[in-house]
Design a protein around this ligand. Structure first.
Ligand code: PLP
Length: 446
């Protein structure tokens, strides 16, 4: 991916980012003009960056893996109707975790047989909906969910294809604990060591309404540790080989989930997608050869690494506070209501001033959100040139796990989301209005 020249930390910005007449531009759109039209806070997605990432994943898997493969975008990173349509056009399936995400996919006209439903606590009603809508796969997380599904499908004419989510007891411990999901003690998945996974295979094979296709294990997000990934996949294959020996069941699909890391800060670099795909493919191919298993369909579920870098968030400066001998706060008109990651995971970001992207930074400041929480600080330390109220601050790498985790805290409406794609501006989500906020409220009956 070619980084725009002269832009500090260009590898963090969408691939189409340039500086036009001294102002940041994305896909040729001057961000100050976008702000004049759509206001702030404002989120923009660069279509070209999404397309590049999708093409890189597709090519990397095809080049590295001798068996069939497919990519299911992890919707939890960010989902709406327009984005679902774009991803479907790019040949990607979806991984969803609720009836809500499923309905967005349906509304977008996605082929639901390319949608996989996940979730450790999915209500039976939503499982029922997924069955009725014909989702391609249900990834079963625990024995109670399996029992519920067996009951819901006992009279089905055609069995529902499922995968079992395994907890392979492997984690990339470099990631924040909140995004580590592979340990046996984590809330997700069927451990192998205590026999739960084997019991699930036994029950699933007996169930007339279910068709056990394969195994799944997502060990966490912001993954950079190839050894953890290799170990998790190897444990799935070893378990599959045992189940074939014991029950005559042959795995036909295997999913290591998603999780590839991205760079958020100037000093960071994103792990290479080709190395990720080759590591996965080699581990599966060698593992299956050793175990005498046929090559399963390899299903990956990238979320963050597909969308994060395509996103930029734009805020207006609303005020400042310089503490003598202490920090300088630059207050902006957004924060944890649209980007919870700094408050929730102590996640780091960087920023630029939209009309001075190349200006020499003067001092380190904190970008503090407008929400009534001391923890609502988007950036604890970034060197910026001096700014006045009304200036526009741009944060890169905000395409994932920001708007999808947004809220109306403090009664603040959520920002709009634009897709800049091929010289066209698509409004994927309009700005939320106060009427939207009031829509669910019912006055006390006097
Ligand atoms: C089952 C599963 N698959 C895929 C993902 C996507 O992870 P990432 O966005 O890090 O690629 C997640 C994220 O939590 C997940 O839980």
């Amino acid at each position: 991916m070619e980084a725009p020249e002269h832009l500090p930390a260009a590898h963090l910005w969408p691939t189409t980012t340039t500086v036009e007449q001294g102002v940041l531009a994305i896909a040729g759109f001057n961000v100050l003009e976008l702000v004049r039209t759509y206001g702030t806070p404002l989120y923009v997605l660069d279509g070209a960056t999404i397309r590049t990432q999708a093409a890189r994943y597709t090519a990397a898997l095809r080049n590295a893996y001798a068996g069939a493969s497919s990519i299911h975008y992890a919707s939890k990173a960010l989902l709406n109707v327009g984005l679902a349509q774009l991803l479907a056009r790019l040949g990607l399936g979806l991984d969803v975790v609720s009836a809500g995400e499923l309905q967005i996919a349906k509304h977008a006209g996605c082929d639901l047989s390319h949608v996989h439903l996940h979730g450790n606590g999915t209500p039976a009603g939503e499982l029922q909906q997924a069955l009725e809508l014909g989702v391609g796969r249900i990834v079963v997380d625990n024995l109670d969910q399996l029992a519920a599904l067996i009951n819901l499908t006992k009279d089905r004419a055609t069995p529902q294809p499922i995968l079992l989510r395994i907890a392979p007891d492997v984690a990339d411990t470099a990631a924040h604990t909140h995004i580590q999901t592979g340990a046996a003690a984590a809330k997700f998945g069927l451990p192998i060591a205590d026999g739960s996974a084997a019991e699930a295979v036994r029950q699933a094979l007996k169930a007339k309404g279910l068709h056990l296709m394969g195994l799944h294990a997502h060990i966490g997000s912001q993954l950079r540790d190839w050894a953890a990934l290799r170990e998790a996949v190897t444990r799935l294959i070893t378990f599959a080989a045992e189940q074939r020996a014991e029950r005559g069941w042959t795995l036909s699909e295997l999913s290591p989930g998603g999780g590839l890391a991205v760079a958020y800060l100037p000093a960071e670099t994103a792990p290479d997608i080709d190395v990720y795909a080759t590591t996965l493919a080699q581990t599966v191919m060698q593992g299956c050869t050793r175990a005498g298993l046929p090559l399963p369909r390899l299903i990956i579920e990238p979320g963050r690494s597909l969308i994060a870098r395509a996103g930029v968030s734009l805020y207006s400066v609303t005020g400042r506070k310089a503490v003598a001998g202490g920090p300088t706060y630059v207050h902006v008109d957004g924060g944890m209501g649209d980007n919870l990651r700094p408050a929730l995971y102590a996640a780091g970001y960087t920023a630029l001033v939209a009309d001075q992207p190349l200006a020499k930074a003067a001092a380190s400041v904190q970008i503090s959100g407008r929400f009534c929480e001391s923890g609502d600080v988007l950036i604890r330390d970034v060197a910026l040139p001096p700014v006045e109220p009304g200036a526009v601050i741009a944060l890169p790498v905000t395409g994932a796990y920001t708007l999808s985790m947004s809220s109306n805290y403090n009664g603040v409406p959520r920002p709009p989301l634009l897709l800049l794609d091929g010289a066209k501006i698509h409004v994927l989500q309009r700005r939320e209005t106060i009427d939207d906020l009031l829509r669910r409220d019912l006055p006390l009956d006097v």
